[in-house]
Design a protein around this ligand. Structure first.
Ligand code: DC
Length: 230
């Protein structure tokens, strides 16, 4: 094959480094970086803002069908964002990172109807090609035919350490033990949920980032995409 791979699917647990890796790979190849987690976050934020109980699966599912979510490349916002998320046309990029969204998003992402609707929208991005799509179920459910699938992971302690550093940089003062407990709790929910649990696709290439640099991993993935090897 002499053509670059057009769709790259990247999955992995929270704070594994998959988003950073995906973003840099997209930048190098000139592809759209689509972080599908932001879509589950947008539904969660919309529910919280509408005063809908996130435990009410029917109401949250209905809401998902009614809202408009758009993911766009960053322009020149100069506020550290890597992409922009619009919820019904409103820029919610930073609101999606609020602790109340963090606390509720796993539950929202466990709902079958929510997932079906968002997967449908994610596939539409996939059909356009030139995309690096990152999430939990991209290789297994959203784009099972993607020619290059990666599963990026790292130890829970390393992931908690990275998240702690990120939060410090963003001006939040959460403590490490709380973050570690949250990483473990979210792994549990994401891996054990009934619909589309987090797991590597059978043909995914597993990449452990615990002791490897981001630059090294990005270079390896870009090389795979360019030669069309899977
Ligand atoms: O990657 P993140 O932390 O922004 O993801 C937020 C939540 O959405 C997390 O609970 C996992 C879930 N998610 C999912 O179930 N499927 C995806 N493709 C992406 C995220």
């Amino acid at each position: 094959m002499d053509k670059n791979i057009d769709v790259i699917a990247i999955d992995g647990p929270a704070a594994s480094g998959k988003s950073t890796v995906a973003r840099l790979v997209a930048e190098k190849l000139g592809y759209l970086y689509l972080d599908t987690g932001c879509m589950y976050r947008a539904v969660t934020l919309a529910a919280l803002q509408a005063g809908i109980d996130v435990a009410d699966e029917t109401a949250v599912t209905q809401l998902t069908q009614q809202i408009d979510i758009e993911v766009l490349p960053a322009q020149d916002e100069a506020d550290g964002r890597h992409y922009t998320t619009l919820l019904n046309g409103r820029d919610v990029t930073w609101e999606l990172r609020l602790p109340e969204v963090d606390a509720n998003v796993s539950q929202v992402a466990s709902y079958k109807g929510v997932r079906e609707e968002l997967v449908r929208r994610q596939r539409a991005y996939g059909r356009r090609g030139h995309v690096v799509m990152v999430g939990r179920d991209i290789g297994t459910v959203v784009m099972p035919d993607a020619p290059l699938k990666l599963y990026v992971t790292a130890s829970p302690e390393e992931r908690a350490r990275r998240r702690w550093l990120d939060r410090q940089k963003q001006g939040f003062s959460d403590d490490y033990d709380t973050i570690l407990a949250d990483v473990i709790r979210r792994d549990q929910i994401d891996s054990n949920r009934q619909h589309s649990p987090l797991r590597p696709a059978d043909d995914a290439i597993i990449m452990d980032t615990t002791e490897r640099s981001v630059a090294e991993i990005v270079a390896e993935i870009v090389a795979m995409a360019q030669v069309g090897v899977r």
